[in-house]
Design a binder for this molecule. Sequence first.
Ligand SMILES: [Zn+2]
Length: 217
Amino acid sequence: MLKWGSTILLALCLIVIFYTTRDEEPPAPTAGQMEIYGFDVGQGDSTFIRTKEDAILIDGGNNGKGEDVVRYLQKLGIKRLTAVIATHPDADHIGGLDTVLDAFPVDSVYAPRVTHTTETYRDFLLAVKREGVTIKSVKAGLKIPSEAARFTFLAPLTDGTQDLNSWSAVLRVEHGQDRFLFMGDAPIRTEQQLLESNTDVRADVLKLGHHGADTSS
Ligand SMILES: [Zn+2]
C-alpha cells in the first residue's frame, strides 16, 4: 500500500512541476506562428513580437520599467533579442532600454536618426555601445531581415521637426494574411505624409500612434 501511495504522490508532484514550468515559460512559437505581446509598463510603450526565429522588442517603457520588461521577456524564455527598436528618443519609450540591452544579447538596434540631450537618451546610447553594435538608422523602406514575416519601416519618410514624435519609427508587420501597424508616437503630420505617399497602410491591427492621444489618428 505504501509503495502505491508513494508512486501516486510522485506522479502528482511531477504533474505539478510540469504545469508550474509550463506556466513560467510557455512554449516558443513553432514555424508559421507569430506572437505579439503588449507589456504593461504603465505610461509608456513596450511591444514584443516573436516568431520561431525572431525576437523583436519595440520600445522598453520609461526609466525604472526596464526591469519589468526584462522579467516579462525572461518569463517567455527569451535568451536573445534579434532586434530592439527605439521608435524615438522620448523617455517613455527608450527609458528602460538600457536595462534590457544590458540583460540580453541583442543582434541589431534600430532607431531614427535624431538625437536628444537628455540623460535617458545618453544612457541608451551607452548601453548600445556596451552591446558592441551600431544603430541602424530607421527610415521608410528599411526592412528587418526575417524568414518568418516581413518587417518594413514605413516612417520616418522625411526628417522630423523639433517635435521628437515626428521622427517616430512606424513598423508594418506582414505575417501570412495578417498585417499589423505599430505607429510609435507618430503624429498627424506623419499620418498625412503616409497617405500622401500612397504607402499601403491597410492593417488588421493598428497600434494607435501616441498612446491614442488626439495628436494622432
Ligand atoms: Zn510616448
